[in-house]
Design a protein around this ligand. Structure first.
Ligand code: ADP
Ligand code: MG
Length: 696
């Protein structure tokens, strides 16, 4: 029958479908689904195998022993909520009958269930079963409400039943129906992938059918692990579109003329004279790569990666000096004021007598001071400029800006770059990543940037002793702090920033409690406390006191993370270490071990010890980053930077990293051959779906 109806292109709006009114359209849109394509790319989260369904009469207590998840289907009788007498928890109980027997379902602290479920509803329940004195019981089951449905309504016409997440008022059952209709009426789209990517994978519509209506011989494990050729088809389309976008941007940049910085033996001599140390081999290589870019006549766009303490700042300084010493201006953009002040101080030191050629520009400066700084930037008197985002406000005019170095913590987006271009400038870019980024992710996020890697630390570094200590043994940590303080050293103590919402769930020691502990334990050590709620100048003053050695103990939330350099600090204690990502901890650890004394990094934690142990096993930031990425996924890995990630529906940057590599190669070839008009159209649609325009 559906054959007679017109077919939808995948790009049609979901509102063109039967039954999708304004309320449902809004719920779908809230989940990022506005087109039929987005609806179909949004895959089931689970496939129930009819073969795994159990009759209640077949169950006995033995199931509970292995805590195996059992699937049962039945009709709900009698649902009630009570409060337990002992721990005063809300208890919701329901009876499920399937014609062979009755099973009790029990949930704790989910009293809304009593409202969401009705007697007479047919549900699928998934959970472990246990025998109790009063009979069989399934505790805390996950479930799928099939509504009042008749068991024979075609739901189980196949072996697998796909389950979809509920979206607001839109239940899983409704989505099942919507997807079935979309599949029946979707027009086969064109083939947008080049032949080298399509070998062994089905076409788009076949892939979607395989995933939404799996055939009986499919493997549910593979489906749920997204490890089928059908998944590869969908992931490949996303990754290929993404790779094409990146390659096009890169090609555009390669075609632009950039300022060619002139070099000469004198310049090299001048730069060498500015250096306080011999460069490491890795610094030398990276700098050479930068010089090649700066002198090439094209616009540089390079990522400088390196482990904590590998000396990125010095390389950045040299790059800036290249342009500053040849009549241009270079700017260093950093994420926080503390860091801006510190980099400015480093640059002043390196410049010696020439220090007045450096200008610092911050958001909250006194008006007169700011006017003066702006004038010096506009006249070109300031050839080295260090600042926060304030650098790119409209009122800032550069005389001849030739290089921007971004010391980035959060992603510096396309928009800000556009703002700079709007000033009629097209400077060279050098992006420094604050933490090492695993290769696969670097390719995904910085695919249009060339890369330099500092994989060597400066000589003479003392290894950092890393320990994981249970809170009950915290005295060992405080002993270490005491010994370091007695030896004239300084100490960091890090408390997690606590969001009041978390507090309700887990008891955490907050920064006030830690302050009290430190004051009692170290009454004679001057203590500075910094956290995110301080005003910028107060924060800077307190940090300054620690940098100068006036404060001996620094208690901080993660504001210290981004690069303070205090060589006399030799111990750091991190409270509730489980609250931090591995890369974040590694970055924190990099705050000690900067001088010639042996240093200590101590994590206090009662949980997630296996994950945290990675830090005790290696000091290689790239390995830690890879582990962190595997454990937490790309979104969490970047924390607040999520906005800078493409919004893939089917692809996964970790799982599909080899596929991304292939798509990248294929995209380069496809561009060299040239894209057709239809392919360009498809690319534009995909870029909108994946929100690629928001990514730099
Ligand atoms: P990061 O890469 O973490 O930003 P920094 O640039 O802050 O590292 O450098 C860490 C420390 O190493 C600084 O104290 C810096 O002065 C020092 N340093 C950098 N390069 C060298 C070098 N070639 N030889 C010796 N010390 C160096
Ligand atoms: Mg740094």
């Amino acid at each position: 029958m559906s054959g007679a109806l017109p077919l939808y292109p995948l790009t049609s709006k979901v509102t063109a479908m039967r039954g999708v009114g304004p309320a449902f359209a809004e719920a779908l849109e809230g989940a990022g689904i506005t087109t039929v394509k987005e609806l179909l790319w949004s895959l089931p989260y689970r496939y129930v195998d009819r073969g795994s369904l159990r009759k209640i009469a077949e169950l006995d207590g033995a199931w509970g022993a292995e805590r195996e998840v059992v699937t049962v289907q039945g009709v709900l009788k009698d649902i009630r909520s009570t409060t337990t007498r002992v721990r005063r928890m809300a208890l919701t109980e329901a009876l499920l009958q399937d014609g062979t027997g009755t099973l009790r379902l029990v949930w704790f602290n989910q009293s809304y269930l009593a409202r969401a479920l009705r007697p007479g509803d047919r549900i699928l329940a998934f959970g472990p079963v246990a025998a109790t004195r009063t009979g069989l019981e399934m505790r805390g089951p996950a479930f799928e409400n099939l509504g009042k449905g008749d068991p024979e309504d075609g739901l189980w016409s196949r072996r697998y039943l796909p389950l979809y997440r509920r979206l607001g008022p839109l239940g899983g059952r409704f989505r099942q129906r919507l997807v079935q209709e979309a599949l029946a009426r979707a027009a086969e789209p064109g083939e947008w992938l080049p032949p080298e990517l399509t070998r062994g994978i089905p076409d788009t519509l076949s892939a979607l059918r395989l995933l939404h209506q799996p055939p009986d011989d499919a493997d549910a494990g593979d489906l749920e692990a997204h490890a089928t050729p059908a998944h590869r088809r969908l992931a490949c389309e996303e990754l290929f579109a993404f790779a094409l976008g990146v390659c096009i941007r890169k090609a555009g940049r390669m075609a632009r003329r950039g300022h060619a910085v002139p070099t000469s033996p004198e310049l090299r001599e001048r730069l060498r004279a500015l250096l306080p140390f011999r460069l490491t081999g890795a610094q030398r290589t990276a700098f050479k790569e930068i010089v090649d870019d700066l002198t090439s006549g094209r616009v540089m766009n390079r990522l400088l990666q390196g482990d904590v303490g590998s000396g990125k700042t010095l390389v950045a300084f040299l790059a800036l000096a290249m342009v500053a010493e040849t009549g241009g201006q270079g700017a260093l953009l950093v994420p926080t004021e503390v860091l801006a002040r510190q980099h400015a101080a480093t640059f002043r030191r390196l410049l010696g007598d020439g220090a007045d050629r450096m200008e610092l520009l911050l958001g909250p400066m006194k008006a007169a001071e700011k006017r003066k700084a702006l004038a010096r930037i506009a006249s070109g008197e300031a050839s080295y400029v260090v600042g926060t985002h304030a650098l790119f406000q409209e009122s800032v005019a550069f005389q001849r800006l030739q290089l921007v170095v971004v010391d980035e913590q959060h992603r510096f987006g396309v928009r800000q770059r556009e703002a700079i271009k709007e000033k009629g400038l097209d400077p060279h870019w050098l992006v420094m990543s604050a933490t090492p980024i695993p290769r696969s992710l670097a390719l995904a996020l910085f695919g249009d940037l060339e890369q330099s890697v500092l994989d060597e630390l400066p000589p003479g570094r003392q290894p950092i002793t890393t320990r994981l200590v249970a809170p009950d043994d915290a005295e060992a940590a405080w002993d270490r702090v005491e010994r370091e303080l007695e030896a004239g050293r300084q100490a960091f103590v890090i408390s997690p920033a606590i969001d009041p919402q978390d507090e309700a769930k887990v008891p955490l020691r907050d920064i006030q409690a830690m302050e009290a502990l430190l004051r009692a334990r170290f009454p004679d050590a001057p203590l500075a406390i910094v956290h995110g709620r301080l005003k910028a100048d107060e924060l800077a003053a307190r940090m300054e006191a620690f940098v100068k050695g006036e404060a001996r103990l620094l208690l901080a939330t993660t504001v210290v993370e981004v690069g303070v350099d205090v060589p006399n600090a030799t111990v750091m204690v991190v409270d509730h270490a489980e609250r931090f990502g591995l890369s974040q901890l590694h970055q924190l650890r990099g705050r000690v071990g900067r001088g010639s004394h042996r240093s200590h990094f101590i994590m206090l934690s009662a949980s997630e010890t296996e994950r945290l142990r990675v830090l005790t096993e290696t000091q290689d930031g790239f390995r830690i980053a890879q582990k962190d990425l595997e454990l937490r996924g790309p979104g969490e890995f970047f924390g607040t930077r999520q906005a800078g990630l493409p919004r893939f529906q089917a692809a996964d940057l970790v799982r599909d990293r080899l596929l991304l590599q292939k798509c990248r190669e294929a995209a380069e070839k496809a561009l060299a051959r040239g894209l057709g008009e239809a392919q360009r159209d498809w690319l534009r649609q995909e870029q909108a779906r994946l929100r690629l325009a928001e990514i730099s």
